[in-house]
Design a protein around this ligand. Structure first.
Ligand SMILES: [Zn+2]
Length: 412
């Protein structure tokens, strides 16, 4: 019997309370950075943390932390996720990781379990991508030097990113260098809904995440020549869309040939996009993901060779923009095993699975031992109002999180 018992009803009530902070006239549960609803939700969270006796702090990026001291002078264990959503999002993506961390902290106090390490509940700002910046802005700014000063001048709805960060309690002019260095966080844990169909399909309730897949992604701009679709013979065309079609097929074929990897073109813009005009230009967003970055790099090189060939054959130029290569993040063996044991204790059928989606752990894992726990998503749905995880499954996840915290405290 574990000496810890989390309060499932209180967790559910907190999730439903946070869900009420929703932007008016938006679908589902929408809390976008830096909306009033998002700010008010975080103010509510901060007040809850303070009522619990945690010391709150907002860092230069706007990340919100609530800290309880430990018995020893050690770096803290960070536990958290995010409270922003996509447009038309759900109630559990991110929110579970933050409010679950908070529930774990409360439970440990109630059960008189003091820790050696300080414990920090983290609400990383702007995890979902915005028109200002890439996804995971807060954890990126905290853990890397990838935050770009020019993002601060970007304006969305009349508000610069600089002002938006200030409005949320941050200090934008301090960004650009990591706010936390390796060694300053003992370990980081993130509980999250799976956002995929695997757990439900296998009838399991918990998964220890084996890693977050790395991504190679770029915007490719194909420049051909727009011309009359009737009057231009096939051999005199520079059809950018025909080249793009070959490239899209190539991505699918390459990814299918490498089990465990995925490849996608999810966005395409065609110019002039007229039924009787040969496409003069196409921009496409192409990406490939895997836990094995060597494999991703090889697949990307293969794709580039095909892209050059199909474009050369058609007299089309290719330019590449916004190329990003994000390494996969794999938890250290000791932490992965520890999480796996806790998950199996609470669900004998618990599995190990990679995360195909990016998370704040993608960045925190660069500076600290970091691991994730998944609970099932109904129908694998997320980023939609239908996103749902049964209350008992949420509670089991938080129970696993709380027990993991205690184990990590002993072993790091
Ligand atoms: Zn999330």
């Amino acid at each position: 019997m574990s000496p810890i018992t989390i309060n499932a009803q209180r967790l559910w009530d907190d999730l439903m309370t946070l869900a009420r902070f929703t932007e008016p006239n938006t679908p589902g549960w929408t809390r976008r950075f830096p909306s009033t609803a998002y700010q008010q939700g975080r103010q509510w969270l901060q007040a809850q943390m303070e009522a619990e006796g945690l010391t709150t702090h907002i860092d230069a990026a706007g990340n919100l932390f609530g800290r309880r001291e430990g018995r020893e002078n050690l770096p803290p264990i960070h536990v958290g996720s995010h409270t922003d959503t996509v447009m038309g999002g759900g109630r559990f993506d991110g929110a579970l990781g933050v409010l679950g961390a908070f529930e774990a902290v409360r439970t440990l106090r109630e059960d008189n379990l003091s820790l050696r390490h300080p414990l920090v509940v983290a609400d990383y700002i702007s995890e979902e991508a915005t028109d200002y910046a890439v996804a995971c802005m807060g954890s990126l700014a905290m853990c890397t030097d990838h935050f770009r000063a020019e993002w601060l001048e970007r304006t969305v709805g009349g508000v610069t990113l600089r002002q938006a960060i200030i409005d949320m309690g941050g200090q934008p002019d301090k960004l650009g260098q990591p706010l936390v260095r390796p060694g300053e966080i003992a370990a980081s844990l993130e509980l999250h809904i799976e956002q995929g169909p695997v757990l439900e399909a296998r009838g399991v309730k918990l998964a220890a995440v084996s890693g977050i897949v790395g991504i190679h992604r770029a915007l490719l701009e194909l420049q051909g020549k727009a011309n009359h679709a009737g009057a231009t013979p096939m051999d005199l065309r520079h059809d950018a869309l025909a080249a793009a079609a070959r490239m899209i097929s190539a991505i699918e074929e390459i990814a299918r040939a490498h089990p465990g990897t995925v490849g996608t073109v999810g966005k395409l813009e065609v110019q002039p996009n007229q039924g009787n005009v040969i496409a003069g230009a196409v921009t496409m967003m192409a990406e490939m993901r895997s836990l094995n970055m060597q494999e991703v790099d090889g697949m990307w090189a293969e794709f580039m060779t095909i892209a050059q060939k199909v474009c050369a054959e058609r007299g089309i130029t290719v330019q590449i923009f916004n190329e990003t290569r994000m390494d996969s993040v794999i938890p250290p063996q000791w932490l992965h095993e520890l999480v796996g044991h806790v998950c199996q204790r609470l669900d004998p059928h618990a599995i190990i699975t990679p995360s195909g989606a990016g998370h704040d752990t993608s960045y925190v894992g660069l500076i600290a031992p970091a691991a994730m726990i998944f609970v099932p998503s109904l129908d694998g749905r997320s980023h939609a109002p239908e996103e749902y995880t049964a209350p008992e499954d949420l509670a089991r996840g938080v129970q696993a999180l709380a027990e993991t915290i205690v184990e990590v405290d002993k072993s790091s």
